[in-house]
Design a protein around this ligand. Sequence first.
Ligand code: FES
Length: 679
Amino acid sequence: MSNDPLVVFTPSGKRGHFAKGTPVLTAARHLDVDLDSVCGGRGICSKCQITPSYGEFSKFGVSVSKDALSEWNSVEQRYDDKRGLKSGRRLGCQAQINSDIVIDVPAESQVHKQVIRKAASDRVIQMNSGTKLYFVQVEEPNMHEPSGDLERLSKALKEQWDIRRVTCDLYNLIQLQTTLRKGNWHITVALYKDHLSNVSKIVNVWSGLHEAGIYGIAIDLGSTTIAAHLIDLKSGLVLANSGIMNPQIRFGEDLMSRVSYSMMNSGGAKEMTKSVREAINVLIDDVAKEANISNNLILEAVIVCNPVMHHLLLGIDPVELGQAPFALATSDALSLGSEEIDLNAMNLSGQCYILPCIAGHVGADAAAVALSEEPGKSDDLILIVDVGTNAELLLGNKSRVLACSSPTGPAFEGAQISSGQRAAPGAIERVEIDPVTKNPRFRVIGSDLWSDEDGFKEATSEIGVSGICGSGIIEAVAELRLAGLMDESGLLGSAEATGTSRMIPYGRTFSYVIHDTSSLDGPVITVTQGDIRAIQLAKSALYAGARLLMDEMGVDFVDRVVLAGAFGAHISSKHAMVLGMIPDVALDKVISAGNAAGTGARIALCNVDSRAEIERTVRQITKVETAIEPKFQEYFVAANAIPHKTDTYPKLKKIVTLPDVSFNTKSQDDGTARRRRRR
Ligand code: FES
């Protein structure tokens, strides 16, 4: 047994014997303990802070005396005077081991600290960013051993940090000359390590020790909106968020209309590429301003998007994605220089990582959802539905993961709906219909009050009640079914048949009035028969996609449904089930994952190892192409009924009663809602 002092690190529990006089940082490195250091033990970065513990530790079989570490030294005193060290803290590179000791590494001193994601699943992200800072002392040039600045910097990185293959672009090479001399041959280098090639690229250099942070940006590039999250690459904390409408909307609301725009207009794809790159630059400016940091310190970006947006961002014509066999220019992940895609609002030597696409219709955004929700690690069979203009679905468990996309169209986003609008203040987002009086109550975005509550008028006087958004139309249609105003086939009844004057004629069909301000020259917000048809088409496509995946998996049930996407976060699971958007499961098994694609982008930004993981996962995902599956049409037609023609939804029927009404032509003529025998 060694006579050298025993060192025990917590929370890792790693332990080992080290000679007296060994710095704590050196011991930590030998034991592979997660203790940070940017300056390489020179006593200037303060990243290596530790907390020694004294006394009896029977758990570790150690008794720690007060002098187990060397005395507080002048370097620590200098740092404490300048910046202040928390009480009980020491610098790991300065404190030396005298005798047995227990040392705690606080979370902020861990390189791979964990960041808890604030979401239903409380997913933990382990920090290990692709871009890191290294402080080095570089040899001065020497007449006798002539070598360049870059070569001597590479040598220093190898000797001091064991970093081998280093590259440098021209911009940083130009900076290097003055930076080295200004810092008296001390320099901080930001290195981006490519996880595939293991080559480290110099992305920024600073004279001396760079103490400000470095940042990355996670971008969820959707066809309707673009969202960006600015992240501290050291702590993983989100410092600012911003969103913007995708300016490509002016070229076409949905993806296929943008593909058509590109087909029909020479230079159309280039125009769309330019507009989306400009929008991302605006977003980068916004988040940098909000967090009050220099744009130049944003060194990395991770981007997730659907295949059409992927091609348009990269400047690739998306025309091939508009026709079978939907061939992508590449489905692999991409690591690009930020200047290659004109992201000049971030550091121009910075790097952009774009997640791999799963297939021609299932993009990097679905890969990001897979990274965030990890269906391939689940014991339960999970169906993940990312609802947007095009729904992307993943079905899987530990045995297998399948993916497809389904052409739902934009109805779930409030488009193609007579009173539809985007989710914005004034849009109706929640609806309830009293089954007895048949009267509605609703809530709008921007107010917490229901429309029948005191103060609603005043609370909404500024924003008004302007239309109905995606979650609102889903609730409205489901509530019409629950209140007996619409039958299983989706037909609305007349005022006579339903007993409410809110049902008004609309051509040869009927509409249900939710809110009428025509007497004040305001809008009349209704749900028309056409709206219901649009929702039926969208939900049938979604359900048929899920059904095809279940067939491929050989199952006729799923254990859990995860609703992803910003919109998924607002869908009421009960109403989605009443509509038959998703297969029948217990309501507590339907959860919202919020913006899972955005979370996946954040994970890929914070943890470089996750990139290799998702690239591997995507290669293993089985793709199901709904467009060529002969059964799609059959499933689509059966799913037109609300909730479904043949699937009986037993779990749903335990919690709601679906009125057995029919408003077919004959019953409309009779003027009564005819009771039908339940099948
Ligand atoms: Fe930098 Fe200790 S390693 S101060």
